[in-house]
Design a protein around this ligand. Structure first.
Ligand code: ADP
Ligand code: ZN
Length: 429
């Protein structure tokens, strides 16, 4: 069974046709909400003028600020009593936004997650441990219902409590896990502390996502656990996980175009970028009735990967998210993304599994301090060896980000560990 549902191998024409129909439907549905009734009228949009996928460009954008200004229910198209669940973003960049779902919405979301997991090679006979936080965060219940839909034995482990996680992985012979990448690295060091080899488990697939991470981190996770790790992208405004997911080819994430209409625009001009270039991902829900969202500016930076995927799926692939447009660090006039720093650090064998970037002001000068955990076997008494390592890291960083950072080497386990998404940048300026 290569595909989970028929739509996965739809051709370009069929996908465009479905998008046209569903876009019209979505706009029609959206006019039932207080927010879009006003917004669409202001933009002079009539449902009758939206007939094909290309008509998307005539519609106005929706921003996170719009969602906040209409908190909590200004985008609902039906009375609240038709809604059956509510989720919220984790609030990484400010006040949380709330999304309501009808039971049809939850049903189509679970289908998307099941399809995504299947594309990464998960099957009904797998034993699946979900190490995401449950509650308002969509990585918990969102993935959970998808895994059950696929037919996996699903263990709602939740976040944290590493020793218990490891016990469950062993006792229940878990074959697939869903885990935030920074936590996967951390859990690896807990295995070390316990003297258990993670490769001795039955694990063969890890689904990693919810936060930016570099290819180097993926490789580390694969090496630590002896698994294949697949990137999973989603955001609560677009349901959560199940928006875009890597297939077994591991060459970019297929964005499910029957359910989301994706555009990549220049964040300044809001015009589409030339094909294959990086810009801001803009998404429209095509299968949501309770709270449809049109042209949502995700603030996530990525590009469409040109060409065909060896798996045969036509759904467009997006590249690893470079970061959010508001993650960019401006230091001494240079623009830096935290992922550039991570890429360098994680390619250095002596570097352990955790790091943090601190921005400080010394007098009038801004400076970057990178605190890096060093693997136990390299954390030696010998000052000269450590100094050499420090210089090596600073040098490699300079090549990538063109700035000389102060590098502090610290012992494994000494940097703060977050339960959910890692906080990689602390701005003390
Ligand atoms: P918050 O915006 O508060 O973090 P969400 O839980 O909705 O709330 O998180 C969605 C965001 O997480 C995305 O917009 C994106 O920035 C980030 N994200 C999710 N999955 C990935 C991924 N695979 N790679 C990089 N970033 C991701
Ligand atoms: Zn593919």
């Amino acid at each position: 069974m290569k595909y989970y549902d028929r739509i996965e191998f739809a051709d370009q024409d069929e996908i465009r046709r479905i998008q046209g129909i569903r876009l019209k439907n979505t706009v029609y549905q959206a006019t039932a909400s207080r927010f879009y009734r006003g917004k669409l009228a202001m933009a002079g949009i009539r449902v009758s003028s939206v007939n094909q996928a290309e008509d998307i460009t005539s519609l106005p954008f929706t921003t996170k600020e719009d969602l906040r200004a209409n908190y909590p229910d200004g985008l609902l198209t039906m009375p609240v009593d038709r809604m059956v669940r509510l989720h919220a973003s984790s609030g990484t960049t400010g006040a949380a936004t709330v999304i309501y779902h009808t039971s049809n919405d939850l049903n189509s979301w679970a289908g998307l997650v099941a399809r995504s997991m299947h594309a990464a090679g998960v099957r009904s006979w797998d034993v699946f441990q979900n190490m995401s936080g449950y509650g308002l965060f969509t990585g918990g219940l969102g993935i959970h219902y998808g895994a059950e839909r696929l037919g996996c034995l699903t263990i709602p482990a939740g976040a944290g409590n590493s020793k218990r996680q490891i016990k469950m992985l062993k006792d229940f012979k878990v074959t697939v896990a869903h885990i935030i990448p920074s936590y996967a690295l951390h859990l690896g060091s807990v295995f070390d502390d316990l003297g258990i080899n993670p490769r001795s488990l039955q694990l063969k697939i890890m689904l990693i996502g919810a936060e930016p991470h570099s290819e180097e981190v993926r490789r580390r996770i694969e090496a630590i656990y002896g698994v294949k790790a697949y990137n999973s992208y989603g955001l609560s405004e677009m349901n959560g996980p199940g928006v875009a997911f890597e297939c077994e080819a591991q060459s970019g994430m297929h964005l499910w175009e029957d359910s989301y209409l994706a555009e990549i625009v220049d964040p300044k001009t809001l015009e589409p970028v030339p094909d294959g270039e990086v810009g801001e991902l803009v998404l429209t829900t095509l299968c949501r009735e309770g709270m449809p969202i049109i042209r949502y500016r995700t603030r996530d930076l990525t590009r469409f990967i040109p060409g065909d995927c060896p798996c045969g799926r036509i759904h467009k692939r997006i590249d690893r998210i470079t970061g959010r447009s508001d993650d960019m660090i401006v230091l001494k006039g240079v623009n830096i993304y935290p992922m550039q720093v991570e890429k360098v650090l994680m390619s250095i064998p002596e570097v352990g599994q955790n790091y943090v970037i601190e921005l400080e002001r010394k007098g009038y000068l801004d400076q970057m301090r990178v605190k890096v955990e060093i693997r136990d076997e390299f954390f030696v008494e010998d000052m000269r060896t450590l100094q050499a390592l420090q210089q090596k890291i600073a040098g490699l960083l300079r090549e990538e980000i063109l700035i000389t950072a102060k590098v502090d080497l610290v012992e494994h386990g000494s940097l703060p560990k977050n339960q959910g998404k890692a906080v990689r940048v602390v701005d003390k300026r």
